[in-house]
Design a binder for this molecule. Structure first.
Ligand code: CO
Ligand code: CO
Length: 297
């Protein structure tokens, strides 16, 4: 399982009650602070294990650093990653670093899941409720910061959310008996929602006004700040999403904004009485018969 592109990670059954979950992800810095960069890259890499319902066991650093990069900066990146792996309850067992002009960092992550308890994108059913666990807008806010146009407190909020592990969100998905789960990353909320619709043969309806948004993201989108990956998402997923004419342009952009270390999107049974209080859970829509994604105001 998991060897096809739409899955979040590869899953390999070892015994009747144990399967290995394997994934790798790394990228160039999206924030200036080396510790935050390391922590975000690690949380992002481990997210695909959680999206499949696994727990992190083992991780390896995958890194590239310029020859003249100060040693203490390199150490801070690796420290940020190591702290996140420790928080996940995993073991960081070395890794591989090469010399490159542009720094890059991430992890190869191995986790475990019970073969009968793998969470996939394929199980959403008409009637299910859609729940999201983090606000969107990290692509827009970090792009604004790179342009020198973001307020520091807006960037701090985005960084704080990107560093949050999806581990507890996965525990909540189990508790809520989720039928389908994925993590929101590069394809944006609309792209990943479409993957669930496609894999489950259903239609997802999402109300934009119910989607949690990072502070500042709408303001920057209104100024036309939108990352390159967002334009690619618009051209690929745009035709697959029916956007209500009442949705404003900046809100529409935000729904396609590529996320780094975004939250989990899950389809949970409608019969659940109410979502547990005090958790980061936003009910943003539902599942109906049909295909594709509908974005409502
Ligand atoms: Co994923
Ligand atoms: Co938990």
């Amino acid at each position: 399982m998991g060897l096809a592109p739409p899955d979040d990670a590869a899953v390999y059954q070892v015994t009747p009650d144990t399967a290995v979950v394997l994934t790798v992800d790394f990228f160039a810095p999206l924030v200036d602070d080396p510790y935050d960069f390391g922590a975000i890259a690690a949380a992002n890499a481990m997210s695909d294990v959680y999206a499949m319902g696994g727990e992190v066991a083992l991780a390896l650093n995958v890194a590239a650093f310029p020859e003249d990069m100060p040693e203490e900066v390199v150490a801070r990146v690796l420290e940020g990653g190591a702290d996140k792996v420790a928080e996940a309850g995993g073991v960081l067992a070395g890794g591989h670093t090469i010399i490159d002009r542009e720094p890059k960092y991430g992890l190869c992550v191995m986790g475990f899941v019970h073969p009968q308890k793998v969470l996939t994108k394929a199980g959403a059913r008409p009637g299910d409720r859609l729940v999201l666990t983090k606000p969107v807008g990290t692509g827009i806010v970090t792009t604004a910061a790179r342009n020198g146009e973001a307020w520091p407190h807006h960037l701090r909020a985005a960084v704080g959310w990107m560093k949050v592990l999806n581990r507890h969100a996965m525990h909540l998905a189990r508790q809520l008996q989720a039928h389908a789960v994925t993590d929101i990353t590069g394809f944006g909320l609309m792209g990943h929602a479409w993957e669930i619709a496609e894999q489950s043969n259903v239609r997802l309806r999402i109300w934009a006004s119910r989607v949690p948004v990072l502070p500042g993201a709408l303001e920057y989108a209104r100024k036309g700040i939108f990352p390159g990956g967002g334009h690619r998402n618009l051209s690929y997923y745009g035709p697959r999403v029916d956007v209500s004419p009442q949705v404003t342009e900046e809100v529409r952009l935000l729904m396609f904004d590529p996320q780094t270390s975004g939250g989990l999107l899950m389809a949970v049974p409608e019969s659940l009485p109410s979502l547990p209080a005090g958790e980061h859970l936003w009910e943003i829509g539902d599942v109906v018969e049909g295909e594709g994604v509908e974005l409502l105001p």
